[in-house]
Design a protein around this ligand. Structure first.
Ligand code: AFP
Length: 341
């Protein structure tokens, strides 16, 4: 624990740089939304907030009451900043376009208000995932083509490399925000008495290799052969390579990636064989987790390419995800490419 407790706001302000002031407002507002969501989760069963709304979202998933409720909390928090031009959310079919007074051109926020919704009614760990990008296109060389068929810049669909900040808020035994603004990864625990996020995990680094793998093995019959061989390899017995790995799967990306960042190993959500999609959404699941993993010394891959450089075609585009320790992700890619049998 640090000698002097450092609050989230102090940490952000000390980052410096032209964006620090506005980023501090955006991230501390997300922290406020996180505190409100944490309180509601704690009392949800007492106030009829468990269960579904009866509707489905743009992903075709049954919507939980808390999915919609948490989305409203995040939308209000971002609107109140006056800094956001575009809000992409798992719970909104179309991006929300807002006007901004930001002298820096405004910001785009992509968010999964409740990640791991299937855990809500069983009192399991869930989280909020967020990703912050610029509202205006950064100068590029060569400049974007102006020909009629060229895609105009759309702030709602940008690659992971456009992220200025990314993080998640994990609602577990403690409420914890894990954040990067492009200079390493830090964790902030919500002090239950002071109601402030205080830095508790300084400069998090993922181990080069782990002993744990995290995947929904129920889908294994749908995986491509390379993925199946890789998971079979992890279950093989070989002391020298630390196998068999232990299997851990919470069903919430936030919980499974958080454990992986701290203890090493790999989380996978592969695509079904013959499809490129996978389940996880690029903009508010894979890309923010990818930035965190890379900033902590890890890797994030779609199997054959780096997650962070993928250009989404739509706000809710899905991608396969392999994320975790650099050596584990590299080995998984070798199996997928057939370089390892
Ligand atoms: P929800 O937020 O819709 O529950 O999805 C959770 C998630 O996107 C991710 O958090 C989990 O790792 C993964 O999906 C769980 O998916 P399966 O239930 O198919 O294993």
């Amino acid at each position: 624990m640090e000698q002097e407790p450092i609050s989230l706001e102090e940490h952000l302000r000390s980052a410096g740089g032209a964006d620090a002031a506005e980023l501090t407002v955006l991230v501390t507002q997300l922290a406020v939304a996180g505190r409100i969501i944490a309180r509601e989760l704690a009392r949800a069963a007492l106030v009829g907030q468990l269960g579904t709304t009866g509707g489905t979202n743009v992903q075709g998933e049954r919507v939980k009451k808390l999915d919609v409720w948490a989305n409203d909390v995040v939308v209000r928090a971002m609107e109140d900043t006056g800094l956001v031009t575009t809000l992409v959310s798992e719970e909104m079919a179309e991006p929300l376009r807002l006007t901004t007074a930001s002298p820096r051109g405004g910001w785009v926020v992509c968010v999964d208000p409740i990640d791991g919704s299937s855990n809500l009614d069983v009192n399991g760990v869930v989280g909020t995932i967020f990703s912050i990008r610029r509202g205006q296109e950064a100068p590029r060389v060569p400049p974007r083509s102006t020909s009629p068929e060229a895609q105009p810049f759309d702030p709602a669909v940008q690659p992971g490399t456009a992220q200025v900040a990314a993080g998640y808020i994990m609602y577990g035994p403690s409420t914890l925000m894990v954040l990067t603004t492009g200079d390493g990864v830090d964790g902030f625990t919500l002090g239950p008495t002071i109601g402030e996020f205080v830095r508790s995990h300084r400069r998090m680094r993922i181990p080069a290799r782990g002993r744990t793998y995290s995947v929904n093995e129920g889908n294994s019959s749908k995986w491509e052969p390379g993925v199946r061989r890789y998971v079979e390899y992890l279950r093989g017995v070989d002391v020298a390579t630390g196998r068999p790995y232990s299997a851990r799967y919470v069903g919430s990306l936030v919980a499974d990636v958080h454990r992986t960042l701290l203890e090493g190993g790999i989380y996978l959500y592969p695509a079904d064989a013959g499809t490129s999609g996978g389940k996880l959404r690029l903009q508010y699941e894979a890309a923010p987790m990818g930035m965190l993993a890379e900033q902590a010394g890890g890797r994030a891959s779609a199997g054959r390419e780096r997650i962070m450089t993928l250009q989404p075609a739509t706000p809710h585009q899905r991608v396969p995800l392999l994320i975790g320790s650099p050596e584990d992700v590299a080995l998984a890619e070798d199996f997928i490419a057939g370089r390892h049998r």
